[in-house]
Design a protein around this ligand. Structure first.
Ligand SMILES: NC(=O)c1ccc[n+]([C@@H]2O[C@H](COP(=O)([O-])OP(=O)(O)OC[C@H]3O[C@@H](n4cnc5c(N)ncnc54)[C@H](O)[C@@H]3O)[C@@H](O)[C@H]2O)c1
Ligand SMILES: O=C(O)C(=O)C[C@@H](O)[C@H](O)[C@H](O)COP(=O)(O)O
Ligand SMILES: [Zn+2]
Length: 360
């Protein structure tokens, strides 16, 4: 069974295909290739597993490949530049197409390279992690990290298509599966209490990789993300809700120097901290907070920040958050599980109180 949905962005609308065995389906790629020149951007883990399937779909095309080192710590300017070296070495022109084959790190870097190469070329997302299939391959946020902050250098550049082959998840390590579930939980918390209840009831099936359960959460997550992106492509408003847990989570990732914490793990902790602060503000109840923490735990994710990250260090890292306006920190918090909001109206003492218990 294949589901296809569309990200409704007028002349830049694009399909998201979700199903098993899609990675080798020539018909899904062909309409989105601008010429015979195709560059596969992958990493040293995913390339050996799935490049042949992609190559099978591209017979007759002039295909080149660039293989990046694997890990969040390599989402850097220096490593990103290797994509341009490869494109120039292959003498690829403005009508080439990039294929991002891998998780969110490869997708963000390849997408940003596509945004910049010769001032912009097309790219196709072929996400191979749960996190990338439910979140990072959709919506056109691309970029790289800076030592001082996550995703600090980047561009909005939408893919031409997303081809999410759920069969690729068979080789994904369990820790990475859990990391992907953090972003899935996020969608429930920001706008779908029924989905949240469904996740509570089916977490064991998801962790056991039941194919129907996995396909359902990818589809529902992509539906929610596609709807939000279509309404607010450049994050002028409601798209910021997709950042629930990320101001705290990005601080954890940056403080740890990238890589020790998976993005999804940091976001899981971040959502617990957002729930804690929402409770201190009198919005959520302690029952709601316990529910959020229980769900995050049930997905195999941590709920506590590193013990050596002080509130002052947290604040320092959070002070470069991209949602800051007029020098004021804005956070995504929750009125209750299933309804999030963005607010700058944050009592510093309550925020400090949340950060002071972050590692508990
Ligand atoms: N652009 C966005 O909207 C967006 C959204 C969420 C996250 N992100 C970014 O995505 C990144 C996290 O993505 P991620 O969680 O996919 O991490 P990742 O890209 O590092 O992939 C996780 C690990 O799984 C391996 N892997 C990938 N697919 C595999 C497979 N099928 N089988 C076996 N191993 C496989 C990778 O090599 C890597 O070691 C972060 O940099 C985050 O900032 C971006
Ligand atoms: O697509 C979005 O918008 C998101 O915020 C999705 C997030 O899960 C993702 O981690 C994103 O890269 C964070 O964006 P940033 O602007 O805070 O770097
Ligand atoms: Zn994220």
């Amino acid at each position: 069974m294949t589901w296809s949905l569309s990200v409704a962005l007028a002349e830049r609308a694009y399909p998201i295909h979700i199903g098993t065995g899609l990675i080798g389906d020539r018909d899904l790629y062909q309409p989105h290739l601008s010429s015979s020149q195709v560059m596969i951007v992958t990493n040293e883990t995913v390339g050996p597993l799935y490049r042949d399937a992609v190559l099978g779909a591209l017979e007759g095309y002039q295909v080149a490949e660039v293989v990046l080192p694997d890990g969040e710590q390599f989402k850097t300017l220096e490593v990103w530049n290797r994509i341009f070296d490869a494109l120039l070495q292959a003498r690829f022109g403005r009508d080439c197409t990039l294929i991002a084959l891998g998780g969110g790190v490869v997708g963000d870097m390849a997408g940003f390279a596509a945004a910049c190469y010769q001032r912009g070329v097309g790219f196709i997302q072929v996400p191979t992690t749960l996190l990338a299939q439910v979140d990072s391959s959709v919506g056109g946020k691309t970029g790289i990290n800076h030592p001082a902050g996550k995703n600090m250098i980047g561009a909005f550049h939408q893919p031409r298509a997303v081809i999410a082959d759920t069969a690729t998840l068979a080789t994904l390590p369990q820790r990475e599966l859990s990391a992907g579930l953090a972003e899935v939980i996020k969608y429930g918390l920001i706008r779908d209490d029924a989905f949240l209840s469904w996740l509570e009831a089916h977490m064991a099936e998801l962790l056991a990789r039941d194919p129907d359960a996995i396909a359902y959460v990818i589809r529902r997550s992509c539906e929610i993300k596609a709807e939000i992106v279509a309404a607010d492509e450049h994050e002028a408003g409601q798209r910021a809700l997709l950042n629930l847990g990320h101001t705290f989570g990005h601080a954890i990732e940056t403080a740890s120097g990238y890589g020790a914490w998976l993005h999804g793990e940091a976001v899981g902790v971040g959502m617990c901290l957002a729930a804690d602060l929402s409770m201190r503000l009198g919005w959520m109840t302690d029952t709601d907070l316990a529910r959020v923490r229980r769900l995050v735990t049930s997905a195999g994710l941590p709920t506590a920040a590193p013990a050596d990250l002080t509130p002052e260090q947290f604040m320092e890292h959070m002070s470069v958050d991209k949602k800051i306006q007029d020098g004021r920190l804005r956070l995504v918090l929750m009125r209750y599980p299933g309804e999030a909001l963005v607010t700058a109206d944050i009592d510093p003492d309550l925020l400090y109180a949340t950060l002071a218990v972050a590692s508990e």
